[in-house]
Design a protein. Structure first.
Length: 291
């Protein structure tokens, strides 16, 4: 398979699937490089993991995000990616890739900050020598977001239909219980940080406020830096309708589209996603892609 075809296949993936691909790629490259070069397994990892000490963190501030691309083992990676895939599918049926990216990475960041704060405040953790890796905080943020935004939506779990809010509560309780009993208190605290972000984000969005709007603009500005400037086409004289009529028509279309989206989301909240007709699902999916 040539590089052009690989780029095409990658471009066709959803944002959740692209994140999965990147995480798997990083895991493979990290393992192969350290093995083939005869280096300790943490040779590369130490530059990207999130350290527990603030002083160490200041020397590598990028680790507040990069820690999420590294995993401690194949099963750590596998379960995170499975959860990301299924929660991502539900999320992207409601919203577009920009909002998904915002929720995911804000969850990663808040999870990392909770980890840092906890290991520098709580006496039981002060003497522990550890660092944070894994996508769990971002994955949990996405999961709890959808569990909060459409809590009564049912999903098939083995042979049972389970409401999403049951699943969200289950995962949060498991993390709370395992903080004192397991050897991964930092990881569970980071999960809770991601869960908090997902919950607050969804609740605020239901009230009409997008708390990630500023973060999305930052991501867009970074993206613009890497985009090549397109050559401007020669100016052409074309017929254009009166500005007032065009603006009025555009505003009407936007308001009509938003009213339809609100009606569909209200239907999901009351009766679940499966209650939608095919045309309503298609409309919501297309609207999410344009978000």
């Amino acid at each position: 398979m040539n590089s052009g075809n690989l780029k095409y296949q990658y471009a066709r993936l959803s944002i959740a699937e692209k994140l999965i691909a990147v995480n798997v790629f990083v895991f493979i490259i990290n393992g192969l490089f350290t093995f083939l070069m005869g280096m300790p397994s943490n040779s590369l990892l130490q530059w990207f993991e999130l350290p527990k000490d603030f002083i160490d963190y200041i020397s590598q501030p990028w680790s507040l995000v990069t820690y999420s691309f590294f995993h401690g083992g194949i099963w750590h990676l596998f379960w995170n990616m499975v959860m990301l895939y299924f929660s991502g599918r539900i999320f992207l049926n409601l919203f577009g890739p920009k909002k998904f990216t915002s929720v995911y990475f804000l969850g990663v960041i808040l999870g990392g900050l909770v980890f840092l704060l906890s290991y520098n405040v709580f006496p039981a953790l002060l003497s522990t020598n550890t660092a944070l890796i894994g996508a769990s905080a971002g994955v949990t943020a996405v999961l709890i977001f959808v569990c909060t935004y459409i809590p009564n939506q049912e999903v098939r779990l083995f042979i049972f239909n389970v409401k999403l809010w049951y699943i969200g509560v289950f995962f949060v309780l498991v993390d709370l219980i395992q903080i004192p009993s397991g050897g991964n208190a930092g990881g569970h605290l980071a999960h809770l940080g991601g869960a908090l972000l997902g919950y607050v984000y969804a609740r605020q969005l239901l009230r009409g406020r997008d708390i990630g709007e500023g973060f999305i603009k930052i991501l867009e500005s970074i993206e613009d830096l890497f985009k090549k400037k397109e050559k401007k086409a020669p100016l052409k004289t074309v017929y254009r309708r009166a500005k007032g009529n065009s603006a009025s028509s555009l505003n009407y279309d936007r308001e009509s589209k938003q009213r339809k989206i609100d009606t569909i989301l209200d239907k999901i909240s009351k009766s679940g996603y499966e209650s939608l007709s095919k045309s309503e699902k298609d409309f919501l999916f297309k609207a999410g892609k344009e978000d």
